[in-house]
Ligand binder design. Sequence first.
Ligand code: 1GP
Length: 242
Amino acid sequence: MKLIQQMIKPWRHVFKLDPDRVISDEDLELVCLSGTDAILIGGSTGVTYENTVELLSRVRRFDLPCALEVSDLEAAVPGFDLYMIPMVLNTPDPAWIVGHHRQAIERYGNFIPWELLLTEGYIVLNGDSSVARLTGAECDLTAEEAAAYAQIADKLMTLPVVYLEYSGRFGDMETVQTVRESVENSQLFYGGGITCEAEAERAAALCDTVVVGNIIYRDVQQALLTVGAVKRTEHVRNLYIN
Ligand code: 1GP
């Protein structure tokens, strides 16, 4: 197992910050000191080199891991602890599976810190999300279809991460459970629409890592409560996770 994979293994709760959105210094401090395991920086639109550098330098004042989810070639900023590289599995458009990746390798070649990269098998499940529109993902999947995609990531491609992405909407927990039961080795990330402790607990009971984004910008106090909620699920999680 890559060293960097060991680094993310204990992550149960992650806050995702969008460089294209405004967060005050006070709120950023609350988020970074909340007890979350890491900050993931990423977004689907409006992510630039400049706003990514700026957010990284603000997060760097705090002592917690900071990862970049690379979604735009222009915004591949050096200095992160690790880089998460999405591969969208449920899109018919190869640009989002290997196309942008090929261009990045052609462009950055020897500068790529391979030892810091982790590939995420992304399964996009909210058709109304920006990421679904951008990637043309086919989101109308049955639980079994979603689980089959997850097994492509887990068993055929042996990717370190399977990411169930409901961005902006709380997901269907039956689908998440079916996926959970089919994933053996990849670390299962869940993200999407978590706005309260109860939702955070439900997702955390089924997944290894819970990502909370949007609510930070709408109600930071609610966002902070999700940290404790996720951490409290350890006993339930063990029922599902080997
Ligand atoms: C988005 O999965 C993350 O990429 C989190 O989703 O913003 O809906 O919390 P929300």
